[in-house]
Design a protein around this ligand. Structure first.
Ligand code: SF4
Length: 244
């Protein structure tokens, strides 16, 4: 497991990834170039070692800034059918971030992530890890519900992922847990089955990332709880090592 590394370098890796993505989007004519300028100024300040860069890249203020930038988002067609945008919730300085796929009906109605039956199971898993839900951060790849809970489309992921990256930049977690196939595929840029990806750590720009089954899958396949428990035990061990 590669958990070692310079936190500044890891942070810069994330920022550069976002800047590159947004630069590409800008070339495609999307109106996101202001984000490129904003992130590039953060990179420049961080590279220069300016203390002034720190408040811009971490903490509650930075997370609030991401929410403000998202606004009443209409960057993809999902805004037409959503009831509530589901940004994410939890500790803005969480050591552990769970990333799921997209809001479902309950989340769309309440504007909060993982509040339906799958969310209740996730809350139980977090409790079994010795943590409270408020101690971690929970969000999704997409902030708006796909109609009928259909699979996210590539253009929707492309439009929404920059804001997930900015959330992770703001929180700076020690470990990320990707819940389900789409979260794992999007974050790892892999198409391998979740059954192959789970059970070991991957690196997300230097941050250890554990893919595991989505709680909704566990509700349909309770036999997979054993594997999820194995995965989250490795997450707990990684967090213990990070605290030493
Ligand atoms: S899914 Fe993301 S990009 Fe699409 S409208 Fe919602 S917040 Fe915007």
């Amino acid at each position: 497991m590669n958990t070692e590394g310079d936190p500044r370098e890891e942070l810069l890796g994330l920022v550069r990834s976002l800047a590159e993505r947004l630069r590409t989007d800008g070339e495609m004519g999307r109106a996101l170039s202001y984000l490129v300028r904003e992130q590039e100024s953060v990179v420049a300040a961080a590279v220069e070692g300016s203390a002034a860069a720190e408040p811009a890249v971490g903490g509650l203020a930075a997370l609030d800034g991401v929410r403000e930038a998202l606004g009443d988002c209409r960057r993809c067609l999902l805004h037409q059918t959503r009831h509530r945008l589901v940004f994410g919730e939890g500790n803005p300085q969480a050591e552990l971030v769970f990333v799921g796929e997209a809001p479902g009906a309950d989340e769309d109605a309440q504007g909060r992530p993982f509040v339906g039956s799958a969310g209740q199971l996730l809350t139980k898993i977090i409790g079994a890890m010795g943590l409270r839900r408020e101690e971690v951060y929970i969000c999704n790849i997409l902030k708006c519900r796909p109609p009928g809970n259909r699979n996210p489309q590539p253009d929707e992921i492309a439009a929404c992922e920059p804001f997930l990256i900015r959330q992770l930049l703001a929180i700076r977690p020690k470990v990320i847990c990707a819940l389900g196939t789409f979260a794992a595929h999007t974050l790892l840029k892999s198409e391998a089955p979740i059954s192959v990806l789970r059970g070991r750590f991957h690196s997300y720009h230097g941050i250890p990332l554990m893919p595991t089954y989505h709680p909704a899958y566990l509700l349909r396949n309770p036999g997979a709880k054993k594997q999820v428990w194995e995965d989250v035990q490795m997450v707990m061990q990684a967090l213990r090592e990070e605290r030493r």
